[in-house]
Design a protein around this ligand. Structure first.
Ligand code: ARG
Length: 245
């Protein structure tokens, strides 16, 4: 009988201490889901995470007195891991759209972006209209993927990384890549064979995804974003990674 009581006591003590440790962990960490394949917003330099989103997340975490923890994953897992609560925030050059708003909430937007078309130099594709019937490469689950689906008679090739789509383009396996403008510029600067079409395509807004109903965190993030904007720090972060023409 005595043994049983001791054992129960032990289990209770363990449960309490574990509850304490997990709640401590929750309150101190800000877990960010991302896909670090998207320069200049998020990418790996050796084993270090770099980029605009990484620095914004760090600044927000600092402001909230939390420790930033970055979880790198496939792009199409970013929203679901926020939805399930595995991550607190999704920061991955995420475009706000109707579909995603059904699954997560978003902070205020922090930047404007465009979708662009990358072609091989000398290609006969000069405008969006020329995409009809073509082989279009995209990163799986991105807004570029969604737009490509709407192109008449086109075949969509989906890659895990934007970079892989660009590689396939330079190898002549596909005709174009649809991707966000800043990553497109980075990829084009590393590859002489490709170029970005001038034509203005879709304009989008990036924001931070938060689990649905977590209004408190959205409010805190928006307050931090506001501070970063007013102090000029947000612009400094962006300017550090994006050269103004
Ligand atoms: N802005 C696009 C979207 O939301 C592409 C984002 C890709 N981001 C990334 N980290 N791979 O679908």
């Amino acid at each position: 009988m005595k043994k049983k009581i001791v054992l129960t006591g032990l289990i209770v003590a363990m449960a309490v201490s574990c509850m304490a440790c997990s709640s401590k962990k929750e309150s101190n960490e800000l877990v960010m889901a991302t896909n670090a394949e998207f320069p200049p917003y998020e990418y790996l330099e050796g084993s270090d995470f770099r980029g605009i989103d990484v620095e914004i997340a760090q600044a927000i975490a600092d402001d909230l007195g939390k420790e930033l923890v970055i979880e790198d994953m496939a792009f199409d897992s970013v929203i679901t891991s926020v939805q399930s609560g595995k991550a607190d925030i999704g920061l991955a050059g995420l475009t706000v759209n109707e579909d995603r708003l059904k699954n997560v909430d978003f902070s205020d937007t922090y930047t404007t972006a465009r979708q662009v078309i990358i072609t091989k130099k000398g290609s006969d594709i000069k405008t969006v209209d020329d995409l009809e019937g073509k082989l279009i490469g995209v990163q799986l689950g991105t807004t570029g993927d969604i737009y490509a689906e709407d192109v008449k008679d086109a075949t969509v090739e989906r890659y895990n990384k934007g970079f892989e789509a660009v590689q396939a383009l330079s190898q002549g396996k596909i005709d174009v890549v649809i991707i966000d403008n800043e990553p497109a510029k980075v990829f084009a600067s590393q590859n002489e064979e490709i170029e970005i079409l001038e034509e203005e395509f879709r304009v989008e807004e990036y924001a931070i995804a938060v689990k649905k109903g977590n209004d408190e965190l959205v409010k805190q993030i928006n307050e931090s974003l506001n501070k970063l904007e007013e102090s000029g720090e947000l612009q400094e972060i962006i300017d550090k990674y994006i050269n103004k023409e």
